[in-house]
Design a protein around this ligand. Sequence first.
Ligand code: FES
Length: 106
Amino acid sequence: PLIRFVEADGTAHTVDAAVGQSLKQAALDHLVPGIIGDCGGCASCGTCHAYVDEKFLPSLPPADGNEDMILDGVPAARAHNSRLTCQIPVTDDMSGMVVHIPDAQL
Ligand code: FES
């Protein structure tokens, strides 16, 4: 599915993500700036934080307690649609999703 990552300055990157990979990995594979993913995807670093498309929020697996705790510590403002992108698997029905990247990850 085509997913649009938008940097904090408005620069957009539309990538063709592979089903089954994480949103974080899709961003990394396509060299999208602003998603770092220091911990490799184990929900411990918080550097894959992003603001996920409101329309798709209800269909995503909910954040568990650990993700919730990590999101509390991210440097950018936490919003109700803040998620760790390493914890969101790409599915076929995500085409058109827009993911906004925060202005800071570290
Ligand atoms: Fe570290 Fe997602 S890659 S929390």
